[in-house]
Every structure is written in structure tokens, then in C-alpha cells.
Design a protein around this ligand. Structure first.
Ligand SMILES: [Zn+2]
Length: 551
């Protein structure tokens, strides 16, 4: 969908609030906050942190200061180069637990950064080589410069200073469309179509080496075709996984803009031996990737199980997924991705179907959850998604493997994609559904999604409206009940648990305005942040100067 561009209100001393388009605001800050001559990747990092920080402050208090109380806004410093950097990163923000994060940054940390202001900050050993200048939290500007000069990408630099933050396009909260593209051949219309769709991910097969082909889509999977060599690696287990990563590194390094890289595609997972090899191979690959500072997508299992159609038997899935659980557990712990394929079969099951489609993926994840894997940290990608054209009967006048065009009419197909999208938005661990495929290679020619088809998909998904951010973790109802209110402070409470408590205690509607409880004024703000103070508050209470208490 077409996101509405957010507005930023800027407080300049002695002037009325200045209202500006968010990108104009970022442009006005970038050259003031970082020299325009610095490395492009460092400037991208700065651009994304300015945007996130500014929009987080807007959500928190409705305006930003134009000076170092927030970030310096000085439009006369703008240059063509800094404007171009902002354009290339337009709309990209960092989300922490579904909300835009205040991505603190500073000039120089003095050697290591601090993590005590927010859960998404890291203690990073920093190569800035400068005495401390600033608060030392989040991105260190001189450190980012040094890392960029060492060849790190904007994403690697951001991950160096922040953790558990998801970098997404289209201002994050405005659109979080999960439907996206598995692209075999990049065509010029595709990036804009993905922006219009609101997609944050895209998968490329054999993309050209060199610069980022779609800078406005923040997350990319790169798969280099390895079908002919996978048998040299997967059967050799852990060592095979390590060797695979070492073998692929030169090609992956030529595409450094990828978020993550695919391992073997649709490996053997139908025998105990195959599963044991695949588990060990995946472990070896994730460990080797980790040692090289990159992320991979493990598994990429084919959809469905042999013989499980309509048997109602979850046993086959459990047998498989149990044996792969050690690899999944480690991938989750190290922040790598898990890939699974899913297709629906007209006449057999729809996009939410339990055998080969999204319902099946939910089933798989439920098994992993029962095996003790931390699903709240799982990052799952449906790396192939769509109608299973492979089962299409040959029809007169159609080539073999004629795909969705012969299996269901386009109207049904677009509606079903929207149905899958709607369900996917309920699944916080599911990051993207990558429609197979766009810009097709010859064998799969009739699967192709051309520009017209993709416009229809945008139209089908648009009525769903902006996706709600997923519910975030927070205190339990019990913790809230036992909370002592005998402090002066501000309690951040981005949770649905608080409204439950507030309803139970007849506190009115906690997600709007202010209300009193036992002499405590509680202010709910932007539907997310609850502020509590003991002292009476007035419209002039300066909330910024109250003590912050983390749950
Ligand atoms: Zn530093």
C-alpha cells in the first residue's frame, strides 16, 4: 500500500513549531550531524538513525528539538550528496518489538559503548579511536566511519551498535506487508512495486554482483544457485556446512548488501540419515557464518511431506522437525533465519491449508515451540510461496508446469494472496512470504508475476489497511498488580497487560488520555506508553525530566 509520509514537528527556540515531511527533516539533520564527505555506508547509518530517533520522539512527545537535546537540524548544510543518501534510504526505520526505536547515537564513545538506556543497545568494542564525546549510547559516529572504511555495510554497522532491532521500510508502523517477491530476474519496475506493496523483504536468485539493486527494500535474501554442488556438502554434515560457507563467501562478499544468504535449497529431509546430515550441515554453516559475521537462512525445506495429504497425521512433521530442532535452536540463538517453502493447491487446500501452505508452517512452528525453542526470537521466512504450479496438469496449448495461470483464475489467486497476508500479520515470527516467482527463468516461465499481476496484488492487499504492530512483551498482570506506585517516575508499559489491569480496576480507557488511580496520575500516550507519577500533574508537567523506570 502507499504509505502516508509521516510529519515531524520541530521545536526551534523562539519560533512556532515547524511542521515538515519526515524526509525533509532527515535531510536537514544529516549534514549537520555527520560530515557530508564521510563514507557512504556511515552516512546511510546516520540517515536511518536520525529517522528512527526523530519518529520515536514524535511518537513519544509529539515534537523534536532542533538542537542537541535531540538532534541538530540545520538545513543550510544540506548537500546533493547527503540528500541522495537520504533518498536512497527513504522510509527505513528500526523497529524494536514492533515500535520505532529511539536509536541514540553520539560523536565518539572512547572505546566502548554503553547499553543502559534501552534493551536494544549493545556494549560494543568500538574502533573510533577517539576520546569520549557524547553520552556513549548506541551508534558511535567515529566508530561507524571506521567500520564503513573497513568495508562494513550500513546493516552490519547498525547491528554492531544495536541489537534485536528490525530494520524495515515504509516507516515501519505504517506498513508491514509480509507478501513479497522471490525474484529470478530483476526488472526495473520491481522495486517501486515492492515499495507500494509495503514489503520489507525480497529474495534474489543469482543477482548480479555489485551495488545494492534495491536500496529502498531494507532486507534481502541472496541465493546463489548451488543445486549442482549441494551433494558435495550436505552429506558431510557439520564440516560440509562449514566448507559450504567458505566456498560461497567470495560470491556472497560480492553482494554485501544482503541481509542473509541461502544454504542448500530443498535438501533431502525424507530419511533419518538425510535429516541427521542436514541438521549437522546447518549447524556447521551457521557457526562458520557467525565466525565471518554474516547471517544465513537454514533448511529451506520443500513444502509438504510425502504421503501426509489429508491423513490428519502430524507425526511425519514431528519426526522431521524434532531431528532438525538442534539446528533451529542454534540458528535462533545466533540470530540466523529459518526458511521453509509453502504452496497451496487449488482444489485441495487454500493458502491457510495445513498440509503444504501457511497452516502447515504454523504447525511446524508449534512443534518447535513444544520442543522448547524460543519462538519469540524465531525469524522465519517462507522463502517460496504461492500456488503450487508444479502439480498443474498439462493442458493443450500450455507448456508443462504451467503454474497458477492454469490452476486458478487470477481474481481468486489475488484474493487468496490477501488471505495469506492477513493471516501472516498475526504471526510475529513470520517475516515474509516470498511469492514464487517474479522475473522468471525459463523452466518456470508461467509462474511469472508481471507488473500487471503485481499491481493487482497491491490492490488486493490494500483494503487490509496498515498492519497493527504485534503485541510486545511486557509485565504480566500479576507484576502490574504487585507494582508499588510509591515512586515518582515514568513507567513505560508497551503492553496489552496494562489495559487488562486497568479494565479490571475500572480505571477507564487507559489507552487514551490521563486518569487517576490511588492519587496517581497515569497518562497513556500514543496507545503505547503509560506514564505514572505520584505528584499531581498539570498540562505543564515536563515529562522528560521525570525518572524513567524500565519494566
Ligand atoms: Zn566509538
Amino acid at each position: 500500500m502507499m504509505p502516508e509520509r509521516p510529519i515531524v514537528r520541530i521545536a526551534i527556540d523562539g519560533q512556532p513549531l515547524l511542521e515538515l515531511d519526515a524526509e525533509e527533516y532527515v535531510k536537514g539533520c544529516l549534514a549537520a550531524e555527520m560530515p557530508a564527505s564521510w563514507h557512504e555506508e556511515a552516512l546511510k547509518v546516520q540517515s536511518d538513525t536520525i529517522r528512527s530517533y526523530g519518529l520515536a520522539k514524535m511518537a513519544e512527545r509529539g515534537f523534536v528539538y532542533a538542537d542537541t537535546r535531540d538532534q541538530v537540524f540545520d538545513p543550510p548544510k544540506r548537500t546533493a550528496r547527503t540528500d541522495a543518501i537520504v533518498e536512497a534510504t527513504r522510509g527505513i526505520v528500526g523497529l524494536y518489538k514492533g515500535r520505532i526505536a529511539a536509536t541514540f547515537y553520539h560523536a565518539a564513545c572512547g572505546g566502548h559503548t554503553l547499553d543502559d538506556w534501552a534493551d536494544y543497545l549493545r556494549i560494543a568494542e568500538c574502533p573510533c579511536g577517539k576520546p569520549q564525546n557524547g553520552h556513549g549510547r548506541g551508534m558511535c559516529q567515529y566508530g561507524a566511519k571506521a567500520l564503513a572504511e573497513q568495508g562494513k555495510t550500513w546493516r552490519e554497522i547498525l547491528d554492531y551498535y544495536y541489537k534485536d532491532i528490525e530494520w524495515v521500510g515504509n516507516y515501519g508502523e505504517e506498513t508491514m506487508t509480509k507478501t513479497s517477491a522471490h525474484i529470478q530476474r530483476i526488472e526495473p519496475w520491481m522495486q517501486q512495486a515492492l515499495v507500494d506493496l509495503g514489503s520489507n523483504w525480497v529474495k534474489f536468485v543469482n543477482p548480479p554482483a555489485g551495488p545494492d539493486p534495491m536500496p529502498r527494500i531494507p532486507n534481502k535474501i541472496v541465493r546463489i544457485h548451488t543445486d549442482k554442488i549441494d551433494d558435495q556438502f550436505v552429506p558431510r554434515g557439520e564440516q560440509g556446512g562449514r566448507d559450504f560457507v567458505r566456498h560461497m563467501l567470495p560470491q556472497w562478499r560480492e553482494r554485501p548488501w544482503a541481509t542473509c544468504y541461502s544454504l542448500a535449497n530443498e535438501p533431502d529431509c525424507n530419511s533419518n540419515g538425510g535429516l541427521a546430515n542436514l541438521c549437522a550441515y546447518s549447524l556447521g554453516a551457521t557457526r562458520e557464518a557467525d565466525a565471518n559475521g554474516i547471517k544465513v537462512v537454514i533448511l529451506d525445506l520443500p513444502e509438504g511431506n510425502p504421503g501426509d495429504n489429508e491423513t490428519g497425521d502430524i507425526g511425519v512433521s514431528a519426526w522431521k522437525l524434532q531431528q532438525l530442532a538442534p539446528a533451529v535452536r542454534e540458528a535462533v540463538a545466533l540470530g540466523h533465519y529459518v526458511g521453509l517453502h509453502a504452496y497451496w493447491r487449488p482444489g485441495v487446500e487454500g493458502p491457510l491449508g495445513r498440509w503444504h501452505a501457511l497452516g502447515r508452517i504454523e504447525w511446524d512452528v508449534e512443534i518447535w515451540r513444544q520442543l522448547g525453542i524460543d519462538i519469540s526470537k524465531l525469524k522465519l521466512l517462507v522463502t517460496e510461496w504461492g500456488v503450487d504450479g508444479g502439480i498443474a496438469p498439462e493442458k493443450p496449448g500450455h507448456a508443462p508446469k504451467t503454474g497458477w495461470l492454469t490452476l486458478c483464475d487470477p481474481t481468486t489467486y489475488f484474493r487468496e494472496i490477501a488471505e495469506g497476508e492477513q493471516r501472516a500479520r498475526q504471526l510475529p515470527w513470520l517475516k515474509s512470504l516470498l511469492l514464487f516467482d517474479w522475473g522468471p527463468e525459463s523452466e518456470w516461465v508461467s509462474f511469472g508475476h508481471d507488473e500487471g499481476a503485481v499491481r493487482n496484488i497491491v490492490r488486493a492487499i490494500d483494503p487490509l489497511g496498515p498492519a497493527e504492530p504485534p503485541p510486545t512483551d511486557g509485565p504480566t498482570d500479576d507484576e502490574i498488580r504487585n507494582l508499588s506506585w510509591n515512586y515518582v517516575g515514568v513507567a513505560y508499559n508497551p503492553t496489552h497487560a496494562f489495559p487488562t489491569y486497568a479494565r479490571a480496576h475500572d480505571l477507564g480507557a487507559p489507552l487514551s488520555g490521563t486518569f487517576d488511580h490511588k492519587g496517581v496520575r497515569i497518562q497513556a500516550f500514543m496507545g503505547a506508553i503509560v506514564k505514572c507519577v505520584l505528584a499531581p500533574v498539570s498540562d505543564n508537567t515536563d515529562w522528560r525530566n521525570t525518572t524513567h523506570i524500565k519494566w
